[in-house]
Design a protein. Sequence first.
Length: 419
Amino acid sequence: MLRDRRIAGLLLGDLLANVGTGMLLVAMPVQTLSLHGGVPKAIAIGLVEAAPFVLSTLLALAIGLGRVRVPPRTLLVADCVLRSLTFATLGVLAVAGLLTLPVLVAGLLFGATFRLAGSSSRRLLATSAAGEAGRFSVNGLLGLNTTFALYIAGPVLGGVVVATAGAGFALFVDAGGALILLAATLACVPQPAEPPERPEGSGWRILRRRPVAARLLVVEFFFNFLYMPIEVALPLYVTGTLHAGASGLGWLWGALGAGAFLGAALVGRLRNLPQRPLLVAIIGLWALCPIGLALTGDLTVALLVFGLGGLVYAPFTPVAYSFLQAGLAPGEQQPVVTLWTTGATVAAPLGLALGGPLIELAGSTGGLVLSGVLTLLLLPIAACVIRGSAPGRGLRHPEPPKSDRAVLGRTPEREPTCA
């Protein structure tokens, strides 16, 4: 896959952009705690974490549920431009000491308008360039990018930047990452020769033709929903229970990323396993992670627990997306993938909105335990929901994939127009 310059360039831009976003996992809670004022800490963190999802969810739902089609390249360019301008402005205000909590929330709300549409567009552009035979590999590489950048390089660098220069400087790095992705998109993804194909029906109507995929989306929604309180609890858990600062939070996210990086690297070896039991097992093993965190007050043990959590969770998204995209016509990819991404991600603001009051009442360790226990209760529901039959066997491709070399040698007439 990486021998194709278009795919390699887009994946490199995606990687570097995600590093900046990963730095914000550490920087934004620290920034929030420095200016929350009279707002309770957990509530303030929840507001800041949820803000980027609100407008972006509305836009993505309009694309996934409606009939209007915007080329993925256009959406990704818009995301990069708006994100770079907005986050650079927030960085200037933070460095100048003029940033307030309402301004930060408003900036994240507006600057991330195209976040979900841009995220699904990255996947669509990369997988369409790879073709059907290379889809599983590219989804795995995107997962590898995300885990390395968001949970290893980004948080570790974020901890260093916050400790040495201040949280505001991480906003500049994220703005710079968006500009790099913009350059990669303009250079590696040509303009579509024709308008995007209009599918028959909305993304939800198309998704309903594959009942197992629709039910799996419901499972993923609640899986993500029950995870989100962890993001609210973690900064307070690090400073309170572990007695560590920003660097400790960075190392904790880095441990998750290290485990997830290894898990993502092994995704290709899992493609021939029974995928439904694998997905259920991932949910159960991940549920033990926040419970394990709550039971320890030692940073080293916490790093090990979170690293194992990343290892078991990493294969979930690549396998789920590869299953989803298999069997869809080219014109059906954008509304369905955008709707799936939105449905899976809309759990984030809802979970964060619940997470703030929950952590405020139960405390950081109590919230971690509750998140794990509720996720364990999801296990029998998940096993029942994804047990039904679907075209093909398990979640595998209906037909054996061609070799990657065959994809790279396909004729130009058969290349996807959106790439």
